[in-house]
Design a protein around this ligand. Sequence first.
Ligand code: SAM
Length: 342
Amino acid sequence: MAAKPGSDLAGNELYDLIESYRTTVIIYVAARLGIADILAHGAKGAGELAQATGAHESSLRRLMRGLIAIGICTQTADGRFELTPTGRPMAASADRSMKAWALFEGGMLYRGWEAMLDSIRAGKTAAELAGVDNYFELMARNPEAVEVFNAAMLSLTNRILPAVLEAFDFSGITRLMDVGGGYGQLLCAILKQHQSLRGVVFDLPRCAEGAKKQIAEAGVGTRAEFSAGNFFESVPGGADAIVMKSIIHDWNDERSIKILRNCRQALPARGKLLLVERLMPERLEANADHRAVVTGDLNMLRGPGGCERTESEYRELLGKGGFRLTRVAEAGRVNVIESAPA
Ligand SMILES: C[S@@+](CC[C@H](N)C(=O)[O-])C[C@H]1O[C@@H](n2cnc3c(N)ncnc32)[C@H](O)[C@@H]1O
């Protein structure tokens, strides 16, 4: 599109970046009101949406304009609203729904990021600034937050499953353990694809109920189980491969090495370790993919205290944990980092 006369493109770009949190808020409010859940059944007018959500009609109409401007909705010729392909995963019923992530980002992370300045100044996580050693312990004080977090992780993991299943051939594995597996979304998807594989979801006791439900719903109950424990203390043996998705990036080097060593102890000499993580590019550019890694890194800084690492940083860290990095496969925005006991 040609620039409008007198327009200040660089200034506009900067302005848009400065106010970009407004987009998160628009999406969050729409998720709380369940707008996409209603529109998933077909186009609706502002009056119908107001009635279904209990919101103030003319204010809701303005929110809907916001959803159009950011590409979540469009308007039909008769003025009703409908979801765009980008907006469809906002419905809870959608395949690979992102609603739970929108609720987590807008309801929890967004508030946490307000205090990013304190973390950058002090070099400490939010938990450390509150006098608590571990982010997950701080989160446990609020069971509702744990539920929102686990549901969000489930939706995020759901999104990258096809790419991970394509990037790595799990057929040579007999028993796979998903360490820090949360509700077991990843393990269940792998087990569904490989009928002879058995598996274990290992996580804190608070994930037991959600993981058992997930295992039952996935129809893999005869081949999968949940095991409760603490990966800083030990990781149970019995698996010939361990997968950890979004675990090592949570922790600083010292804690990551502890987890890796416990995994090494749990694995046989011919075992495999698979990390599913985003890689920090060696050289950054201003694009959406790199922005996702860098904002993820800052999120780790403020949250659990970890970071996004480059491939060479992973190689070194794995070496300290008793592993030798053997292959990195791209899986969309994440990577499958394969290693063997050193
Ligand atoms: C970022 S989430 C990743 C969940 C899952 N792997 C995924 O990607 O969807 C981190 C997971 O680590 C688990 N976790 C945190 N501390 C743990 C510990 N000390 N021992 C075992 N699991 C832990 C959390 O309960 C949570 O499920």
